[in-house]
Design a protein around this ligand. Sequence first.
Ligand code: ADE
Length: 234
Amino acid sequence: MRIDIIAVIPELMTSFFNNSIVKNARNKGILDLNIIDLRQFGLGNYKQIDDYPYGGQAGMVLMPQPLSECIESLTSQRKYDRVIYLTPDGQTLNQKTVNSLSLLENILIICGHYKGIDQRIRDRYVTMEISIGDYVLSGGETAAIVLVDAISRIIPGVISDETSALSDTFQDDLLSPPVYTRPSEFMGMKVPDVLLSGHEKNIKEWQDQQAFEKTRLLRPDLFKKWQEESDFPV
Ligand code: ADE
């Protein structure tokens, strides 16, 4: 899979991408990740990429020409399955969207900055708009980190124990059951006996029950959705 990211401040992302599961995916040759500095396409001696908005609100807007030239230079080299603009206006990211994106060949991600990007770029090139939550970030770079991290960890072969990604919270619309590691007793608190029993069927039943209970308690909205979509008896 190839992911290209257009960013105003690429350095914000490089450290994360060089020190995470994303790094594993890149080292294994499963993910080809490229960050393109929008400033390269800036106008004039100062490499200008933003300007004041028409209409007079505060803040700056990323100009259409540098973005257009950048996008055209990329799309002339390959066809993208999705051109994603990260914005609080977009559809809220969830695991289903992450799963479907992880199956694609080529994705182009545009990080906004300041007040956002000129609407004409959205109208002409963007095929999908994604928000990572109902709050406003100072730039799309942090959102791109979230999106790329979520995608890369489920590309087959990235995590050595693939079942670990599959049993994640949200992978089946339920929260994950509690997890424990050694020691079996800590500050007087004991790991539930069933987890020490070695009895696989009982352990699975306990984990499922914990997942139901936890979801019912903490995320009744998810639990309701899960109940509606699943025919698993509780
Ligand atoms: N850019 C600014 N805020 C954002 C958000 N909540 N999600 C995605 N991109 C953003």
